[in-house]
Design a protein around this ligand. Structure first.
Ligand SMILES: NC(=O)c1ccc[n+]([C@@H]2O[C@H](COP(=O)([O-])OP(=O)(O)OC[C@H]3O[C@@H](n4cnc5c(N)ncnc54)[C@H](OP(=O)(O)O)[C@@H]3O)[C@@H](O)[C@H]2O)c1
Length: 430
């Protein structure tokens, strides 16, 4: 099918099929658009552990990542048996039946691994900066995912393809790290912390958090003695150390003998930000802090789930419990007299919802613009951009990632077209 649609679909866990085995579904390119719809040509998108988490939690009753966009009905693929993991990417509006959205517009949003995406638009929810996809079946706090940014009016946009790549890789993760740091800072790091311990330290979400804490310290807003300690796998030690965002990087198998752990004093207060969500690692961490001679573990925050794979068991029973997203309550919620802090979940859209009541929209925009500009300067060289073009090649790349996991040093940019779509893109890469 030369001008047809191509979509990378993954089996739903509930279908009983192997979730590591994606299918490339060929379907008709949508030609008829009902009123207030856009047909987006998805040029390319970023892929990281974040997308694997989306897939693993596709049918989870809280997250419902498969309910953003549905698999096509095509041959052996159907929306009942298959899901589409969301991807952050750039595209172009090829057709529009909304009077205020122009054909040819460059857009950025929460798309799907497909060539063409037909989306409804909330008729009254279109402004200069963005328009929104109505998804009334999902909780209202998912609004950031329903937003499609119009690049022409986006102060963070640059048409430079290299910047577009960095945007797809970092934007979804960086804002999680950014608002998580803001959340910690809002409670004065739970009343003061000497050390921030971060697992899956090689992941972009983790190392961006470390980077942001370092910047907070450099601005004099956090005690200059605060230490940032990362935990990672043996194979990722060198990469993570090379980033320079952590004061100490320790390996999962031997972290307690590292100097941060072995020299920590009883009167120190630590915060643990868990990006790995590895139960046995967490048991070992808690066991260390159970010693009467160890520092106090003042708070534990779950930020990521890199240890999830598309085939992880028991995903539906992951408890997303309650969040203490009341900044004023944070420090009281976990008094140090309590023996163990509970593991709290940090879910960026929920905290941002709180901040929207505390800060003006302009202040949020300004803060984000400043942080983004700084990131774009600082992040060059952190990871090597690795582009894959074409349906078959992307499917193969996905299968490799599902089988072998993701290395941190590569920033994956995928594209279901056989060659870069945007005019001039290839030329500017050469
Ligand atoms: N809470 C939120 O609102 C929110 C928002 C965005 C992202 N996140 C989460 O943050 C996490 C990190 O995402 P990312 O995109 O930043 O990751 P990434 O950069 O792709 O991270 C790759 C790292 O993940 C770990 N990893 C990868 N595959 C693994 C596997 N099969 N088993 C165990 N560990 C594996 C490894 O780190 P180590 O060797 O260092 O462990 C690897 O270096 C994801 O779980 C994502 O969903 C959460």
């Amino acid at each position: 099918m030369s001008d047809g649609n191509l979509t990378l679909c993954v089996p739903r866990a509930s279908s009983g099929q192997d979730p590591h085995q994606p299918i490339l579904a060929s379907s008709q390119k949508p030609t008829h658009l009902p009123p207030n719809h856009v047909l987006i040509q998805v040029d390319r998108f970023g892929f990281s552990a974040n997308n694997i988490t989306y897939q693993a939690l596709g049918e989870h009753p809280h997250f419902r990542y498969f309910d953003f966009n549905y698999a096509p009905e095509a041959g052996e693929v159907s929306s009942k048996s298959h899901g589409l993991f969301p991807v952050w990417g750039f595209g172009t509006v090829e057709k529009s039946t909304h009077p205020k959205i122009n054909e040819g517009e460059r857009v950025y949003g929460y798309f799907a691994p497909t060539r063409y995406l037909l989306l409804p638009v909330s008729p009254a929810d279109v402004n200069k900066h963005a328009f929104y996809v109505p998804r009334p079946h999902l909780p209202a706090d998912r609004r950031p995912y329903n937003q499609i940014l119009r690049c022409a009016a986006d102060p963070q946009y640059s048409s430079d393809p290299a910047v577009e790549d960095l945007t797809m890789l970092y934007r979804p993760l960086f804002w999680t790290s950014y608002w998580c740091e803001d959340w910690l800072f809002s409670s004065n790091y739970r009343g003061g912390a000497s050390t921030i311990l971060i697992s899956s330290a090689s992941s972009k979400t983790a190392f961006c958090l470390a980077y942001l804490i370092k910047k907070r310290i450099a601005r004099g807003e956090l005690n200059s003695d605060t230490k940032i300690v990362g935990l990672t796998s043996k194979g990722n030690l060198e990469f993570t150390r090379g980033l320079g965002h952590y004061d100490e990087i320790l390996e999962y198998s031997s972290f307690t003998s590292g100097s941060a752990f072995s020299h920590s004093g009883k009167d120190e207060r630590w915060i643990y930000v868990d990006v790995a969500s590895n139960a046995s690692l967490n048991e070992r961490i808690l066991a260390h802090f159970a010693s009467p001679y160890s520092a106090t573990l003042a708070a534990c925050t779950i930020l990521g789930l890199t240890n999830l794979s598309p085939a992880s068991d028991g995903v539906d029973s992951i408890d997303w419990g309650t969040n203490t997203f009341d900044a004023s309550a944070n420090s009281d919620a976990h008094p140090t007299s309590q023996f163990w802090p509970t593991f709290e979940n940090f879910f960026m859209p929920e905290w941002l919802n709180v901040r929207k009541h505390q800060l003006s929209v302009n202040e949020i925009f300004e803060r984000q613009n400043t942080a983004w500009k700084e990131l774009l300067v600082d992040c060059v060289g952190w990871v090597k951009i690795d582009r894959v073009y074409g349906g078959a090649a992307v499917k193969k790349a996905y299968e490799e990632v599902a089988k072998r996991g993701l290395g941190p040093e590569r920033g994956l940019i995928w594209n279901l077209w056989d060659a870069p779509v945007k005019k001039g893109w290839l030329r500017s890469l050469l």
